[in-house]
Write a protein of this length. Structure first.
Ligand SMILES: [Zn+2]
Length: 452
């Protein structure tokens, strides 16, 4: 077997072993809420009136057709490894079709799952008590099974109801995890996958629905050239496409007097940006050099499989344990009223101007580069602060065992130095998360432009 084939096998195993039902940050809604809670751009923006997606699509059919055509031309020119959208999926004006047919055509032109709910909903977020609002089951918001570890709650929104912009934006920042990117591949068990021509699922198990969304929610843009040469599928991740699509739709909706959908699409675009700020979504194996990956794989080739199998399990365990820890912290700090280093880091605006202005390359050159570069520090911090069972024991499977709900108190038992490492890493990453989220909203145009 050539060296390239060996690396290919290891990378494939790592990505197959990637945690399935983990959706990066476990609750984008809460993090987005705290990020924008006191900002002029969102918290002080005018309230908006909820309207069904069909009303927006009907009203702006021609403008949407023009936009999606321009986006396709952009993607072909700007997204590396982009598989062109088949022409027959283009969104065309047809005033005579019914709402369901128009909505299906819209989803197909975007090449997202056509059964995406696009329900009118809000999440349960602090400071917004909508009196009389009815709760809404998970299944009416998402086409996926409710994750075992989920603290999200939903409320129904009625057409015409007035809601704060911040509530719409934060609620929809979780939406891409509700089935938008499911089964869009040639080998997906869906009616639409074969027609979308994205090719086969680049990595992961095509039979597991949640695994099929990963290549849209991860961006492996900064691995060594050797990895791409040996395992070209690693380059087939498309979060840039999704962010571009939903940013364009948000701008169009704001411009044409549909601010509810402006914020809603903005929240969806923001999800992809936030996912990519997580080092485990921007790197195949944070903290492990290409050389070590190859060495580990080489010993596996001569029969000593232990290190390679261990690497796969450990990568998954660290990814999941870190996200669980962050989720527990944000719920704890929210319940305590929102004064914590984590929430201060989300809100630290001084950081925003440190980054270049938003552009088509922002996700690739700024967000994922930063997340990739931070992988080693995060991995070191996890090893220092988490119980060794979760991050260093390949015989333990964090995901399959349900993980731990007591991570905060377990970390509290470590020495102050050990704790400081992981606390510092979380604060740093929340700083990235907040700044990139705000920079995205600024890229949508000023509040004034949006309201004109
Ligand atoms: Zn996601």
């Amino acid at each position: 077997m050539t060296r390239h084939r060996k690396v290919f096998a290891l990378v494939a195993a790592l990505l197959l072993g990637a945690p399935g039902p983990a959706f990066a940050w476990s609750n984008h809604g809460l993090l987005t809420y705290w990020t924008f809670k006191d900002t002029a751009e969102v918290a002080a923006a005018p309230d908006v009136q909820a309207e069904p997606l069909d009303a927006f699509l009907r009203d702006q059919e021609q403008a949407i057709a023009n936009l999606l055509e321009a986006q396709e031309i952009w993607a072909r020119a700007n997204v590396p490894t982009y598989p062109p959208r088949p022409d027959e999926l283009a969104f065309k004006v047809d005033a005579l079709r019914d709402d369901a047919a128009r909505r299906k055509a819209f989803a197909e032109a975007l090449r997202i799952a056509p059964n995406t709910r696009f329900a009118l909903f809000t999440q349960n977020l602090p400071g917004f008590s909508r009196s009389g609002a009815k709760t809404m089951p998970f299944a009416e918001v998402s086409t996926l099974r409710e994750p075992a570890f989920s603290m999200m709650r939903f409320f129904r929104l009625e057409p015409g109801e007035t809601v704060p912009a911040l509530l719409v934006l934060a609620s929809s920042s979780d939406e891409p995890d509700f089935g938008v990117d499911i089964n869009c591949w040639d080998d997906s068990p869906s009616e639409w996958g074969k027609r979308y021509k994205f090719g086969k699922l680049p990595f992961g198990n095509p039979a597991l629905d949640f695994a099929t969304q990963a290549p849209f929610h991860m961006g492996f843009f900064h691995q060594s050239w050797l990895i791409y040469k040996a395992a070209p599928f690693v380059a087939r991740t498309y979060p840039e496409l999704r962010a571009h699509q939903f940013i364009g739709l948000a701008r169009l909706a704001f411009r044409t007097g549909h601010p509810y959908w402006g914020w809603r699409f903005a929240g969806m675009a923001m999800h992809y940006v936030q996912d990519l700020a997580q080092p485990y979504h921007a790197s195949i194996l944070p903290g492990v050099s290409t050389l070590r990956m190859i060495a580990t794989n080489t010993v596996a080739m001569v029969g000593w499989k232990g290190p390679k199998d261990a690497m796969v399990v450990l990568a998954s365990n660290r990814h999941l344990a870190f996200e669980r820890y962050e989720a527990l912290l944000i719920y704890r700090d929210t319940a305590a009223g929102g004064k914590s280093p984590l929430i201060q880091a989300l809100q630290a605006k001084a950081r925003d101007g440190v980054y270049p202005k938003w552009s088509d390359l922002y996700l690739r050159d700024v967000v994922t580069q930063e997340a990739f570069d931070f992988g080693e520090a995060l991995s070191t911090a996890l090893l220092a602060a988490f119980p060794p069972k979760y991050v260093s024991d390949p015989s333990y499977d964090f995901g399959a065992s349900g993980g731990s709900g007591a991570l905060i108190s377990e970390v509290a038992e470590r020495t102050p130095e050990q704790r400081a490492e992981i606390e510092g890493a979380v604060v740093e990453l929340m700083g990235h998360f907040g700044a990139h989220s705000r920079n995205l909203v600024r890229a949508l145009g000023s509040t004034k432009e949006r309201n004109d």
